[in-house]
Design a protein around this ligand. Sequence first.
Ligand SMILES: Nc1ncnc2c1ncn2[C@@H]1O[C@H](COP(=O)(O)OS(=O)(=O)O)[C@@H](OP(=O)(O)O)[C@H]1O
Length: 377
Amino acid sequence: MAHRFLSSTNRSSTRFAFIFTVSLSCTYLCYTILFCRGTVMSNQAYEGRRCSPSKNAGGKKLLGKLENCASPGVRSVVEEPAARRGPSEVSEPSGAPGGPAGGQWADVKFRNMSVAQRYGDKKLPNALIVGVKKGGTRAVLEFIRIHPDVRALGTEPHFFDRNYDRGLDWYRGLMPRTLDSQITLEKTPSYFVTREAPRRISSMSRETKLIVVVRNPVTRAISDYTQTLSKKPDIPAFDQLAFKNRSLGVVDASWNAIRIGMYALHLDNWLQHFRLSQMHFVSGERLITDPAGEMGRVQDFLGLKRIITDKHFYFNRTKGFPCLKKPESSGQPRCLGKSKGRTHVQIEREVIEQLQEFYRPFNVKFFETVGQDFKWD
Ligand SMILES: Nc1ncnc2c1ncn2[C@@H]1O[C@H](COP(=O)(O)OS(=O)(=O)O)[C@@H](OP(=O)(O)O)[C@H]1O
C-alpha cells in the first residue's frame, strides 16, 4: 500500500518536473525570439539611416565616404575619412553631459526611424541646405537631423551641380525613407553658387524650402583657403590669390574663395526662381554663440515643432564649439569632425581690412534684400 502510494507520488513529481521544464523552455524560447528580433530591428533602422544613401551613391566622393557609415557612433564625423580623425573625435570629450534630454529625443527619433524604415518611402527632398561652403552647413544638418520629423542624407549628393545628368530617380534613390509627416533634407553647399541650381531645383519643385547658412565672407574665404591648404600645402599665399594687384587693392573676384562670399550676386540668381519667403538665412556666427536660437528659427521655417532647444547643446571647451549632448543610447561624442573648427592661417590685418572694404557693398545689398543685418563690419 505504502509502496503504491510512494510510486504514485513519484509519478506525479516526475510529471510535474516534466511540465515545469517544458513551460520554462517555452518561456525562454519566446523571450529569446522577441528580444533578438527587437535588437536586430533597431540596429537595422539605425544603420540603414546612416548607410543606405551611400550604397546607392555612384559618385566617387560618395563612395569615399562609405567608411564613415561603418560605425553607428561616428555620425557626427561623417564627412571625415577615418584616417584623418584624431583621438579627440572618437573618445568622449571630458565633462560632456548626456542627460535625459538627449535620451528622450533619441528614443523618439529611433522609434520614428524604425517605423520609417519599414513603412516609409524614398522621396525627393522638400528642403535643401544650399550653402554656403564653410558657412556652418554641416552643423545645421547634424543639429536639425536630431528632430524626429526630419530625415537627412549624411553625404553631399551634388545632384544639382555635378550629377544632374543622372536624373531625379537616381537622386530619389539616395534619400532615406521617410513617412509622409517627415521632411527629407540634404545639404550641398556648392548649390548656392551654381548658376543652374535654382532653375533645376525649382523644376523639381517650386515649393522646395531653401536654407542658406551665411558667414562673414572674409572669415569664410580664410576658412576655405585653410581647408585647401590642408590638402595642398604648396598653393600660393592667401594674399597672392586674393588680389590681382595688392598695392592697388584690386581683389581677384574670379578666385572661388572670394567669389563665393559675394552673396548678393548669387542671391539675385535664386530670386529669379524662388520667393524670398522660401529661403531662410542662418547666421553662421550665431550658430556658434546661440545654436538653440538659430535652430529654433530653422525649425519654425520648416514648419516643425520646436523640439531642438538649449537642452540639446553644451559648449565643448576642448573643441571650442557647441556640441550635441550625447543621447543615452550612444556613448559616442557628438561634436563635429576635425575639419570643422580648424585653426585658420594667420592673415595680415591690412589684407583683412581690404577684403572687408571689398565686400561691404555686396554685404549691404545682401542685408537689404534679405531684411537682416548680419553685422559683419
Ligand atoms: N558646432 C560647430 N562645430 C564645429 N564647427 C562649427 C560649428 N558651428 C559652426 N561651425 C563652423 O562650420 C564651419 C564649416 O562649415 P561647413 O560645415 O559649411 O563646411 S563645408 O562647406 O561643409 O566644408 C567651420 O569653419 P572653420 O571654423 O573655419 O573650420 C566652423 O566654424
